[in-house]
Design a binder for this molecule. Structure first.
Ligand code: ASP
Length: 328
């Protein structure tokens, strides 16, 4: 009996040692792969007359978001983890039109949308028209991973969030004097401030996510492209990941995010060529917008047909590119 126990302990010790060796190998492999990349947008259509404070605030938040997502992946986290955590940073920042900074509907309330997609298995989750969920991207991920469905809306989505123990807030959490005034003036502002992230992790998995308050003065119940898989968000391993921002109705009609990946997959276009082709089509239809995308090697595309699109990109070069307007 004693011998048996001794043998068992010895076997367990060997097993533990082997898994430690495996972990060390895996970690050192990560540091050599060097292809962890993350790309972020903070909405297209920012006007050219923004205050320097706002410009600085937006750039700082984008950098913080990119660094956060990147760090998550360097520590062995997946691209889905990176997308979620990078988006939460922007959802919590009132400068963006997502989470805390969501814009108002024509009835002066906020209705938030978000989606996320895992390119490794084409699994996806989305939440639309939620009014009390602090971080809709967390709800989208929960829907993807813990339900048999892809999309929930309004009260049903809020119930799922509550049951999952996600943070529920009073609608007053989203209050913004300035954004409310804009809605009251019936101002159809340029589409700006939606947020999106695409990440490629050390395992080669691409993920994408998008979160928004939609468009100022949208009719209650209106849902744009951001929570629609294939329109505002798409991720497919070995092809690409995309998140869009702009006039959602057109993004839905063109199936923008999936169309970009389809051009790459079936016509061998580069990520830049594919994104440019689709954004040109949008412009021909009279719609404003932009996209961020990564190919399976982490090459970026940041294409927009507006004066600016808040954007950031970070890869293993370690420097973070952050810009709002057209590169000089
Ligand atoms: N695409 C979003 C929507 O239509 C708005 C935006 O990106 O600014 O809801």
């Amino acid at each position: 009996m004693i011998h048996k126990n001794l043998l068992l302990i010895m076997l367990l010790t060997i097993k533990k040692a082997l898994s430690s060796i495996l972990l060390i190998f895996t970690l050192s492999a990560f540091s050599e792969i060097n292809n962890v990349s993350i790309i972020i947008h903070g909405g297209a259509g920012w006007s050219a007359d923004m205050s320097q404070d706002d410009i600085d605030g937006i750039k700082k938040a984008l950098e913080e978001s990119a660094n956060k997502g990147y760090e998550v992946m360097l520590k062995g986290g997946t691209s889905i983890d990176a997308v979620e955590e990078a988006i939460v940073i922007l959802e919590d920042n009132p400068l963006f039109n997502a989470g805390k900074g969501a814009v108002y509907t024509s009835e002066f309330k906020q209705e938030l949308d978000a989606s996320i997609m895992d390119g490794s298995n084409l699994n996806a989750g989305a939440a639309a028209s939620v009014t009390n969920v602090k971080n809709p991207i967390r709800l989208a991920r929960h829907i993807m991973e813990n339900t048999n469905h892809v999309m929930f809306s309004s009260k049903g989505a809020e119930r799922v969030a509550k049951e999952a123990g996600l943070e529920i807030v009073y609608p007053s959490y989203f209050y913004s004097k300035e954004k409310l005034e804009r809605a009251k003036k019936k101002q159809k502002e340029s589409k700006m401030g939606t947020v999106g992230v695409v990440a490629l992790d050390a395992y080669g998995n691409i993920a994408a996510g998008t979160s928004t308050g939609g468009m100022t003065n949208k009719k209650p119940g209106r849902i744009g492209d951001s929570p629609i898989i294939g329109a505002g968000t798409w991720a497919e391993n070995n092809v690409c990941g995309v998140s869009g921002t702009g006039h959602g109705e057109y993004f839905i009609r063109l199936g923008v995010a999936k169309e970009i990946c389809a051009l790459m997959k079936y016509q061998n276009l580069s990520v830049e060529q594919a994104a440019q082709t689709v954004i040109d089509k949008l412009r021909d239809m009279g719609a404003d917008g932009g996209v961020i995308a990564l190919d399976s090697n982490g090459n970026p595309a940041m294409i927009f047909n507006t004066a600016g699109m808040a954007r950031a990109y970070k890869n293993s070069d370690d420097s973070t590119y952050v810009e709002i307007y057209i590169d000089k």
